[in-house]
Design a protein around this ligand. Structure first.
Ligand code: TYD
Length: 134
C-alpha cells in the first residue's frame, strides 16, 4: 500500500447475538480523534472526496456495505477495497483520496484528527501535486 497508509484491524466480540467492534482512542487510532462524520445514501455511480489534506489525518471505516478508496501520493495511484466493518483505512495528510463504488446502503464512517477547516483542503489535484513537489 502507498507509504504511510495502512489498514487497521479493530478488536471485537462475536457471539450468537451478532458482532460488536470497538475502537479506542489512544490505542487503536494513531491520532487524537477531534471529529467524526459519516457518509451514507450515496447514489449509484457517485464518487466522494477528491481531495487531500494539508495537516489532517483520518481513518475511514465501512460500517455497512462496501466502497473503494483510490489513494494517490502524486507518484502512485492505487485502489483499496473496503469491505470489512472491523477494518479501517488510515490515510495521513498529503494523500489524495477518492471514494467510489459505494454499494447500496453503504455507510462510511470517518474519524478525523482535526475539526473541519476548509483551509486544510487541497480540492484541486494540481494544487496537491504542486504542494507535494511532484
Ligand atoms: P465534502 O468535503 O465535499 O465531502 P467529501 O469528503 O465527500 O468530499 O463536504 C461536503 C460539504 O460538507 C462541504 O461544504 C463541507 C461540509 N463539511 C462540513 O461542514 N463539516 C465536515 O466535517 C465535513 C466533512 C464537510
Amino acid at each position: 500500500m502507498i507509504e504511510g497508509c495502512r489498514k487497521i484491524s479493530f478488536r471485537g466480540h462475536k457471539d450468537f447475538r451478532g458482532n460488536l467492534v470497538f475502537v479506542e482512542g489512544g490505542s487503536d487510532i494513531p491520532f487524537n480523534i477531534s471529529r467524526v462524520y459519516y457518509i451514507y445514501d450515496v447514489p449509484y455511480g457517485a464518487s466522494r472526496a477528491g481531495h487531500a489534506h494539508k495537516e489532517l489525518d483520518s481513518i475511514l471505516i465501512p460500517l455497512s456495505g462496501a466502497f473503494d478508496v483510490i489513494l494517490d501520493n502524486g507518484d502512485v495511484r492505487e485502489r483499496i477495497e473496503m469491505r470489512s466493518p472491523n477494518e479501517g483505512l488510515f490515510i495521513p495528510r498529503m494523500i489524495w483520496r477518492e471514494l467510489e463504488n459505494f454499494t447500496s446502503g453503504a455507510v462510511c464512517l470517518a474519524l478525523a484528527s482535526d475539526p473541519y477547516d476548509e483551509e486544510d483542503y487541497f480540492r484541486e489535484y494540481q494544487d496537491f501535486l504542486n504542494a507535494s513537489g511532484k
